[in-house]
Design a protein around this ligand. Structure first.
Ligand code: NAD
Ligand code: MG
Length: 391
């Protein structure tokens, strides 16, 4: 029986994880669950799973959940320390890191330091803390398994000794991208897109922030950096391939000319279940792939003119140090501003570029360096948002 700590239980990844737990009650038990504000969803989770510990983002949300779960033998907690504590809890074997954004970094690290199996959906934590994050994984013998569908696919397509892409016979990682809802839109039309249009992903149903990131290709930029840290490569070793059907979830190209791909219907339950049972597999109730029905798979090159975020991500990687935390912070501010209709869709990449090029990029020696860079970049982004001087 594997005890699961589910960070971000009320989100899209959280709900898919609960689905797998519910399908396999003989294998998994929900020990703890966290959410920021979603009281209704957390009350529902309590009634379905009876976890031992529930953590909310605020005292108010915590009290509301507690009031609606009367008589329960569960501890209701709130705040950052409680999040770290559930991730390190001795009853937990696996931590699903599915909080949105930089807020996921600390509790994910708490799980790593307690030597848990880390199911990493929260790509922003690895993107921002990078080498520090990977060093902590090694130091504490944690098992880090990528849940992001592309990285899960790469992981499945690499040689099973998993010595990292460099030491194997690998020539390239082929990171696939759907291209998002504006893949074939002319630049002029992209100036006036609304948050509702940008959130409508053609193939995947996801949280708001990652949906916007997918539309702006910042998600692929973050995933490029994520792949570099996970598989010990550089952006030059990774080709981004636009594949609008999202059936191939990514590929590994070998030096003998072989290409190994992982395929399946686009449903996060597949990579989630693989992470939870690796190296074994279990049923997920995801329908089998019908290639005759799909009949065609298409591929094209990404357009860096219309989607500069992908270029910015590679630049941030080569700048190194705090650059990736800076870019991520700018993007979190930009996406929130776009969702609140304060800036246009194309302004997201402009704000990101402004903050990346106007920030003081420093080496990362400790976690405080990452938090300081995140704070400064958010300040700068918010300041120029007010002036409007970034575009
Ligand atoms: P979501 O917005 O649907 O859910 C986010 C969860 O995190 C919610 O439970 C929310 O309450 C919690 N949360 C948000 N802000 C928080 C904060 N400041 N402190 C504590 N908790 C907070 O997001 P999602 O789509 O499930 O994505 C979660 C993570 O997984 C992201 O990092 C995303 O990039 C990654 N991911 C998601 C998908 C997907 O298909 N949804 C695929 C790959 C990777
Ligand atoms: Mg992905």
């Amino acid at each position: 029986m594997q005890g699961i700590c589910l960070l971000g239980a009320t989100g899209s990844i959280g709900q898919s994880t609960l689905d797998i737990i519910e399908q396999h009650p003989d294998k998994f038990t929900l020990v703890s669950a966290s959410a920021d504000k979603s009281v209704d969803k957390m009350v529902d989770i309590y009634h379905r799973f009876k976890p031992q510990r529930i953590v909310m983002g605020s005292e108010l949300a915590c009290n509301e959940v507690a009031a609606r779960c009367q008589g329960a033998s569960v501890s209701f907690e709130w705040g950052e320390q409680a999040l770290d504590s559930i991730a390190a809890d001795p009853n937990v074997n696996q931590v699903m890191a599915a909080i949105m954004g930089f807020a996921g970094l600390k509790p994910t690290l708490a799980g790593i330091r307690a030597g848990k199996r880390i199911l990493l959906a929260n790509k922003e934590s690895l993107v921002t803390a990078g080498k520090l994050f990977m060093d902590e994984v090694a130091l504490h013998n944690a098992v880090l398994l990528p849940i992001d569908s592309e990285h899960n696919a790469i992981f499945q397509s690499l040689p099973q000794n998993h010595a990292g892409a460099h030491t194997a016979d690998v020539s390239k990682i082929l990171l696939t991208a759907s291209g998002g809802p504006f893949r074939s839109w002319p630049l002029d039309d992209m100036t006036s897109v609304t948050p509702v249009q940008a959130c409508k992903h053609p193939n995947w149903s996801m949280g708001q922030k990652i949906s916007i990131d997918s539309a702006s290709l910042m998600n692929k930029g973050l995933e490029l950096i994520e792949a570099c840290w996970l598989f010990n490569v550089t952006p030059d070793d990774v080709d981004v391939v636009i594949h609008p059907e999202s059936i191939i979830h990514s590929m590994v190209s070998y030096k003998d000319g072989s290409v190994i791909a992982q395929m399946g219907n686009p449903d996060m339950k597949v990579p989630i279940a693989y992470g939870m049972t690796w190296p074994k597999r279990i049923e997920t109730q995801v329908p089998p792939l019908d290639l005759i029905e799909i009949s065609r798979l298409n591929f094209e090159a990404p357009d860096l003119e219309r989607f500069p975020n992908l270029r910015l991500a590679a630049e941030a990687w080569y700048l190194g140090g705090t650059a990736m935390a800076v870019l991520n912070a700018a993007n979190e501010v930009a996406v929130a501003a776009f969702l609140n209709e304060k800036i246009s869709f194309l302004d997201i990449a402009k704000l990101n570029e402004y903050v990346l090029t106007h920030s003081d990029i420093r080496p990362v020696n400790c976690l405080d360096d990452v938090f300081e860079a995140d704070k400064m970049a958010r300040q700068l982004a918010n300041n120029v948002l007010v002036d409007g001087d970034f575009a």
